[in-house]
Design a protein around this ligand. Structure first.
Ligand code: NI
Length: 171
């Protein structure tokens, strides 16, 4: 098992199409899930999507406890947001855009249908931060970063900052 490198904004793998997972009973898939958990916890972050470690599959991890409470680790395979209610504006960041925090509107409450790592289908309800994390990770699987949820003016300003920081070698 290993902590993998997190790819950053500008890497083509963050915007490549992510394939649906069809085979669950596979040692490579089990290793991917374990590596994603370890990478997410080490970062540390509350969520990680497979394309963020350069793997273009529809898989994400959400763990609001960041490795402290095993009951909170959620593996989302082929997730779909099937219901969304309310709207909350709150601060959000992303491991692929380090040190950047912006206010993003997200649903207050969502229901996500997804398979777990063993291939069992289930529905997960989340509100508040959990709903935000679900939406953020499903967005990654749809090749969308949180900055894509900002107004085009704000997004332009933010991304100019990002490119400047990248040129300086900050990340
Ligand atoms: Ni992210």
């Amino acid at each position: 098992m290993a902590i993998r490198e997190i790819v950053k904004y500008g890497d083509p793998r963050l915007v490549a199409k992510n394939e649906t997972v069809k085979v669950f009973d596979d040692p490579g898939f089990a290793a991917l899930i374990q590596d994603m958990k370890e990478t997410c916890w080490a970062a540390p972050g509350v969520g990680l999507a497979a394309p963020q470690i350069g793997v273009n599959l529809r898989v994400a991890i959400v763990d609001l406890s960041i490795g402290k409470d095993p009951s909170q680790v959620l593996v989302l395979v082929n997730p779909v947001v099937v219901d969304a209610q309310g709207l909350i504006r709150d601060e959000e960041g992303c491991l692929s855009l380090p040190d950047l925090v912006e206010t993003v509107a997200r649903p207050e409450k969502v229901t996500v249908e997804a398979f777990d790592e063993r291939g069992n289908r289930r529905a997960l309800d989340g509100r508040g931060l959990l709903a935000r994390a679900f939406c953020h990770e499903v967005d990654h699987l749809d090749q969308r970063l949180f900055v894509d949820r900002l107004s085009s003016l704000k997004k332009g300003l933010v991304l100019r900052q990002v490119v400047k920081r990248q040129k300086k070698g900050a990340w």
